[in-house]
Design a protein around this ligand. Structure first.
Ligand code: ADP
Ligand code: MG
Length: 234
């Protein structure tokens, strides 16, 4: 179950646009690592590269020393896997999960487990077309958890969640990390992650501009001044 994600020197261009420009950081097991930065900083591209959904021009993204796709676990997906486009509005959440489970050789029992874990039990038999964005996020997370992956990457999971959903998500992320997973969560809002993450990686223009533990940041803030290191964490 324990896993470490190592992102080293990722570079990627889309035409003239430089999406990644030397992105480098580590996600430790048993921790929630918050991946913060403004829109366009390269967070989603980094996550897609880690999952093997996009190829970098340069650099590596390894999970326990291997490309994620070569791990023996089934491919987990971004938290936002079942986005609006991927959802079939007339099928229920349970139906979606059953189909995914079947394609991964998993049992219906596992489907009901992840439905319970993500708080979807009361609505799992409803048509997905009527789901709120918050419920779709939970469904995406349920899908990602099906194969019990050692890492979990969630791209902007707080988007569209109401305060109750956000509170649930925070506790849920902490629990997933406490089980030994390496949890990487992105947000364009520092405020969404500062109370949840153990570690913050701040990205801007395709690279890391600060990388520190939250405990360190708080200690520094209560001292004379906050000094964000630009190098990899000690
Ligand atoms: P973030 O998730 O931090 O908002 P992204 O990784 O989505 O950042 O985007 C980083 C940069 O790469 C942006 O300038 C974006 O427009 C560009 N980009 C991302 N994906 C593509 C794509 N498929 N085609 C063209 N440009 C892209
Ligand atoms: Mg993004």
């Amino acid at each position: 179950m324990e896993a470490t994600i190592e992102v080293t020197g990722l570079r990627k261009r889309f035409g003239q646009a430089r999406a990644l420009d030397g992105m480098t950081f580590t996600v430790a097991p048993g921790q929630v690592t918050g991946f913060v930065g403004p829109n366009g900083a390269g967070k989603s591209t980094t996550m897609r590269v880690i999952l093997g959904l996009d190829a970098p021009d340069e650099g590596t993204a390894l999970v326990n020393g291997k490309p994620y796709r070569r791990l023996r676990q089934p491919l987990s997906q971004l938290g936002a896997l079942l986005d609006a486009a991927a959802l079939q509005p007339s099928r229920s959440a349970r139906n979606h999960l059953l189909w995914l489970a079947h394609s991964q050789g998993l049992s219906a029992g596992r489907v009901d487990e992840v439905i319970g874990l993500t708080g979807l039990a009361a609505v799992a038999k409803r048509k997905a077309g009527g789901y709120s964005l918050g419920m779709r996020q939970r469904l995406g997370i349920a899908a990602a958890l099906l194969g019990d992956p050692p890492v979990l990457m969630m791209d902007e999971p707080f988007n569209g969640m109401d305060p109750e959903g956000i509170a649930w998500m925070r506790t849920f992320l902490r629990d997933l990390a406490a089980q030994g997973r390496a949890v990487l969560v992105s947000s364009h809002l520092m405020s969404e992650l500062q109370d949840t993450a153990d570690h913050l990686v701040v990205a801007g223009r395709g690279k890391v501009i600060a990388d520190r533990s939250v405990a360190d940041l708080i200690a520094a803030a209560s001292g004379e001044r906050v000094q964000l290191r630009t190098t990899a964490r000690a």
